[in-house]
Design a binder for this molecule. Structure first.
Ligand SMILES: Nc1ncnc2c1ncn2[C@@H]1O[C@H](COP(=O)(O)OP(=O)(O)O)[C@@H](O)[C@H]1O
Ligand SMILES: [Mg+2]
Length: 234
């Protein structure tokens, strides 16, 4: 599904991602975990086309997409749910969802996707006429994920979905991610919540200061000394 090779991404002249290589199979959940400032968002933004890579390649289903602007990557099946969600707080839940389908022309199909999203997220059906800014943190994250699905992605990039969500609702968010994955959508999940992310991921990579320092299955990394010491305080 996704093959990233030797990717380097800079902020100005300062590299934030150094020669990162990752691959993700169709239908898989790959977690990329690491501390604040490790380069996780920079990596996702480069994959989505919001930042230019200085070096390396990005292939989606065998096609080199590295030269395409973000809006041309969306119809190829890639959607980013950004850190901090970036909803339109003064628009309704329904309008926010409809805007997630901005690259799609067929009205009937968009209506079907809206119906599917409201099916997957019943709380959003209840709230569909409400302004997005009036939702709770957990509901806003559900809306951001549902909006991402409105472009019919085969790969969803999720940047810190547990950010700003009440602790009691965090489990619901991770259950939702697994439910979305079961519908056949591959997921690249970026998280500071290392324990939760590794628990739902099929495979995972740990990044520190822009470099991949460990890779394995989620279960393997959860048991590793590196993760236990650096992220779980054990
Ligand atoms: N807009 C920016 N301008 C300059 N440096 C940035 C910018 N955004 C992030 N950085 C730097 O890039 C590095 C990686 O940041 P980021 O990708 O946001 O990490 P993470 O998402 O893992 O917290 C950090 O050192 C951060 O300070
Ligand atoms: Mg980040």
């Amino acid at each position: 599904m996704l093959q990233v090779r030797d990717l380097r991404v800079c902020h100005g002249r300062v590299p934030a991602v150094h020669d990162v290589s990752l691959s993700l199979a169709a239908g898989e959940i790959l977690a990329v975990v690491g501390a604040n400032g490790a380069g996780k968002s920079t990596l996702l933004r480069a994959i989505a086309g919001l930042m230019r890579a200085e070096a390396g390649t990005i292939e989606l289903e065998g096609r080199d997409i590295g030269g395409l602007p973000a809006h041309q990557r969306v119809p190829l099946g890639l959607a980013l749910v950004p850190e901090g969600r970036h909803l339109f707080p003064r628009l309704t839940v329904q309008r926010n969802l409809e805007l997630g389908a901005f690259t799609r022309r067929d009205r009937g199909e968009v209506a079907a996707s809206l119906e599917a999203a409201l099916e997957t997220f019943p709380i959003l059906r209840e709230r569909r006429a409400q302004l997005a800014g009036t939702l709770s943190g957990g509901e806003q994250q559900m809306l951001a994920i549902a909006r991402g699905l409105m472009s019919k992605p085969r790969l969803l990039l999720l940047d810190e979905p547990s950010w700003g969500v009440a602790p009691i609702v965090v489990s619901r968010i991770f259950e939702t991610i697994q439910a979305v994955n079961r519908t056949g959508v591959a997921i690249l999940l970026v998280e500071q919540n290392v324990k939760r992310a590794l628990s739902v991921a099929h495979r995972a990579a740990v990044i520190q200061t822009g470099r991949v320092v460990a890779e394995g299955t989620g279960a393997e990394l959860l048991r590793s000394d590196l993760v236990r010491r650096a992220y779980l305080g054990m």
